[in-house]
Design a protein around this ligand. Structure first.
Ligand code: SF4
Length: 349
């Protein structure tokens, strides 16, 4: 979808994209056009269908439709908030941790999330790795024996044609020391029709391959999305999820619990809940870490262990991801808190 079409509101939905139910004023429309000129805008028919046009606070619309608040950049926000560039030995590769690398094949996505931490790098027409750059990236991986896992990310790697995806997967699978391939994608939810038998076949190489679905609200797991995930899982490709904690989208215990349960019901293990990164123009989405910890505590108290993701923060500057609690053990390891919030001595006295 073009920016202009997005600004006309799909199916009349989501009003002014920032909670105002009247039609956008000329000034507001101009501001929204500035947002769309700066950051990519696209949504898919599947996402359009998820949006409730009668709800000015629709949690799906908030994720994908531009908001004038995106023009407000805070001093602490950064075009490269998790420090990819500081750890890029060759174009397209981020080698931050000893045993794994990111391989950024493509800078395009099917949708452009308003809170994206790579929003300065992704967009239509941004292209991806050239043939020569891909060769150099794969040479780097092949020549670095400590790389055990390769994470395909982007952009969204599943926007590649099945033929190109299959070629990359086969070349990675042929590297003996690469034992695990992980694919991070939003496609099974936002464009489930793209998870075709050819895509599923391209992902099956004989190496352990995991698909990590990015989803932030239970309503993204439509019947079509569930069927797309089932196509992957039934083909022997296990799925994990990553979600971003987003104010106004999933920052309450009921919504977060429903999301985690829906994922598990789809046979997808919740893996990460990301604290929202310091990406430019995204302050309106960020909660505090204390709010995130309180939500995780409630999740722990109410839902199965299968539904518990790890709440993580990507430390700005490229220092990697760390779990950020909450912590149930006292600092001196003499007490532990149960799921009701009661503290118990350990060992019992
Ligand atoms: S799909 Fe991923 S990379 Fe693309 S805009 Fe959304 S968060 Fe960013």
């Amino acid at each position: 979808m073009t920016a202009a079409r997005a600004l006309r509101r799909p199916h009349g939905a989501a009003d002014d994209f920032a909670g105002n139910s009247s039609a956008p004023s000329r000034e507001r429309l101009s501001a929204l056009q500035q947002v769309a000129a700066r950051y990519a805008v696209a949504i898919t028919p599947a996402v359009t269908d998820m949006i409730d046009p009668s709800d000015p606070h629709d949690p799906i619309a908030k994720q994908f439709l531009p908001d004038v608040r995106e023009l407000d950049q805070q001093p602490e926000e950064n075009a490269d908030p998790i420090g990819d560039d500081a750890h890029s030995p060759v174009e397209g590769v981020v080698h931050r941790y000893p045993d794994r690398v990111l391989l950024k094949l493509v800078n395009a996505c099917a949708v452009y999330c308003r809170f994206c931490f790579r929003r300065e790098m992704v967009g239509p027409g941004r292209g991806g790795l050239s043939r020569a750059a891909l060769d150099a990236a794969l040479d780097y991986i092949a020549g670095t024996p400590e790389i055990w896992e390769v994470i395909l990310t982007g952009g969204d790697p599943l926007v590649l044609s099945p033929r190109r995806l299959k070629a990359v997967m086969a070349r990675l699978a042929a590297i003996d020391h690469v034992k695990v391939i992980r694919v991070h994608t939003r496609l099974p939810a936002v464009a489930p029709e793209k998870i075709t038998p050819a895509v599923v076949k391209a992902l099956r190489t004989g190496k352990a391959t995991f698909v990590v679905l990015h989803a932030n609200h239970a309503r993204e797991l439509t019947d079509y999305a569930r069927a797309a995930c089932a196509r992957l899982i039934d083909a022997g490709i296990p799925m994990l999820s990553q979600s971003v904690l987003l104010r106004g989208v999933n920052d309450d215990a009921d919504t977060l619990g429903q999301l985690m349960r829906a994922l598990v019901e789809c046979r997808i293990k919740p893996y990460y809940l990301h604290h929202a990164d310091l990406a430019p123009g995204t302050a309106h989405f960020r909660t505090t870490i204390a709010e995130g910890q309180a939500l995780m505590r409630t999740l722990h108290g109410r839902t199965s262990g299968l539904c518990q993701p790890s709440y993580v923060l990507d430390i700005p500057g490229g220092h990697g991801k760390s779990p950020i609690g909450p912590i149930y053990l006292s600092a001196d390891c003499s007490e532990v808190e149960d799921f009701h919030g009661r503290r118990h001595a350990y060992p019992p006295r």
